[in-house]
Design a binder for this molecule. Structure first.
Ligand code: SIN
Length: 495
């Protein structure tokens, strides 16, 4: 080939997509692929190379997407639930058919190892499959009347236009976990994906179009968050706002939604305690810590953030964990044996550097890692001698730092674990049945992993308490977030 490769064509050639049309460099509004006056560049965090551009849309285009979703709502909600289910099922099948391409695209824009990206595509598709089935089960209730001439019927109806704002750490699954139940319920959606990882979202929209999702039912607006977020939170036609991202931004967006009293669900930051008791199976605890702490380079909301280890097994656990961590293969996610990719951007690396520096300056000891490799790659790190005074204890790391705090009693562990405004996920390792139940009940968290570091699945409710969020995603509860309850109170004459 004689043509000079631009930066973007180099990165795109590395993708080796079987279906190159999955890489869409346009937004998707009312069934049309839309360009803007300006563009946003998307880079591969592993190489820094340009992967492509997407339109930098603003308030006017976002309002037109809301208009399209509002128009489409009338007919989409009228479809039989079984008809919506057939379309969603086709979308799921197309995602599975194109799974390898979707995974490669995700790794290129987000950085996670290809094996994890493949897992995320299966996870993402499973939400569409699950909610295609749930579409038929938006049951209501009949309540015994409070008077002999009254009948009380409770029916569930779609809330209307949904605005969804999704993050970069799970560029596909956080979309389908919202859009699957919304569409199944009969709602229409305007989605703003992260500007760092828009290509996974746009590929999903392409497949939704192929599956027969009608124009206006699923819209994607790309661009900088401020203008788009302003419209999505203020427009009265948007009846539901759903967000996954930082606690700071979530609070701000939710507050704006109150002007028009929208339904809101939020999946915000965590600060997960990972408690290992003396009576735990230490090997299993190490396995659990590897899975929970280092998945997605430590960039999940449910990542273990504070490892609380009882004095009797502290040394053994620290040693075994650091051996496993030191052996991790760090590199470009598209390379075969990579176990940990880059962090998402420079700010993310600097945050890990700051927390490691803070911990060591306060007496923490680095057992392995503790430094940047190059670019956005940071060595997976284990620090012992960590204390609650250190920065990582208060602020979610969102990176590959495992800092180990020693505790003495069960009461200490519970007190330390609950000493945070966050309340998303917690993990407990113990072989004592009574303790496992006692501690699970005492933890102020939405989800508890008992002798496991992996808790996420389509069929279980995902969500937090305290400042980690409102509402639940996935599972038999997930569609309730997109349904309004309506009472029909009927007067029935004696006849
Ligand atoms: C998240 O980090 O927000 C989601 C993680 C998951 O679904 O496991």
């Amino acid at each position: 080939m004689s043509a000079v490769l631009t930066d973007a064509s180099f990165e795109q050639a590395r993708l080796k997509l079987t279906a190159p049309e999955l890489l869409r460099q346009a937004a998707y509004i009312d069934g049309k692929w839309v360009q803007g006056r300006a563009t946003i560049a998307v880079h591969n965090p592993a190489s820094g190379g340009l992967l492509g551009t997407v339109p930098a849309l603003g308030a006017a285009e976002t309002a037109s997407a809301v208009e399209a979703a509002h128009r489409a709502f009338g007919s989409w909600r009228q479809l039989a639930a079984s008809a919506r289910a057939v379309i969603l099922r086709r979308w799921f099948e197309l995602m599975m058919t194109h799974g390898e391409d979707l995974a490669r695209l995700m790794t290129a824009e987000q950085g996670k190892p290809l094996s994890e990206a493949r897992g995320e595509i299966t996870y993402a598709a499973s939400f569409i499959e699950w909610f295609a089935e749930e579409a038929r089960r938006a049951y209501g209730d009949i309540i015994p009347g409070h008077l002999t001439d009254k009948r009380l019927l409770v029916i569930k109806q779609p809330v209307g236009v949904v605005a969804a704002v999704t993050p970069w750490n799970f560029p596909a699954a956080m979309i389908t976990r919202k859009v699957g139940p919304a569409l199944a319920a009969g709602c229409t959606v305007v989605l703003k994906p992260s500007e760092l990882t828009p290509f996974s979202a746009l590929a999903l929209a392409h497949l939704a179009e192929q599956a027969g999702v009608p124009a206006g039912v699923f819209n994607i607006v790309t661009g900088e968050p401020t203008d788009i977020g302003q419209v999505l939170t203020a427009d009265p036609r948007v009846r539901k706002f759903t967000f996954t991202g930082s606690t700071r931004v979530g609070k701000m967006l939710a507050a704006r939604c109150m002007d028009t009293v929208k339904r809101v669900s939020l999946e915000l930051g965590g600060n997960a305690p990972f408690i290992v008791f003396d009576d735990a199976d230490v090997d299993a605890a190490v396995e659990g810590a590897m899975a929970s702490k280092f998945r997605n380079t430590g960039q999940t909301c449910v990542c273990a953030n504070r490892l609380l280890v009882q004095a009797g097994v502290y040394g053994r656990f620290a040693e075994a964990l650091s051996q496993r961590v030191a052996a991790m293969v760090v590199g470009d996610g598209l390379a075969g044996d990579t176990q940990q990719g880059p962090l998402i951007n420079e700010a993310a690396v600097q945050k890990v550097e700051r927390q490691v520096q803070d911990a060591t300056s306060r007496g923490g000891r680095v057992l392995t890692g503790g430094e940047r490799i190059c670019g956005l790659f940071y060595k997976p790190t284990v620090i012992t001698g960590a204390t609650p005074e250190m920065e990582f204890f208060r602020e979610e790391t969102f990176g590959p730092l495992a800092a180990l705090v020693k505790f003495d009693t069960e009461a200490d562990a519970v007190r330390l674990a609950n000493d945070t405004n966050a309340g998303l996920a917690a993990y407990v390792f113990t072989r004592d049945l009574s303790r496992s139940l006692r501690v699970s009940e005492a933890l102020e968290y939405g989800m508890v992993g008992l002798n496991t570091g992996l808790i996420s699945t389509t069929v279980a409710p995902f969500g937090g308490v305290k400042e980690s969020g409102i509402g639940r995603e996935g599972s038999m509860y997930g569609m309730d977030e997109y349904l309004d309850i309506k009472l029909v109170c009927a007067q029935v004459d004696a006849g």
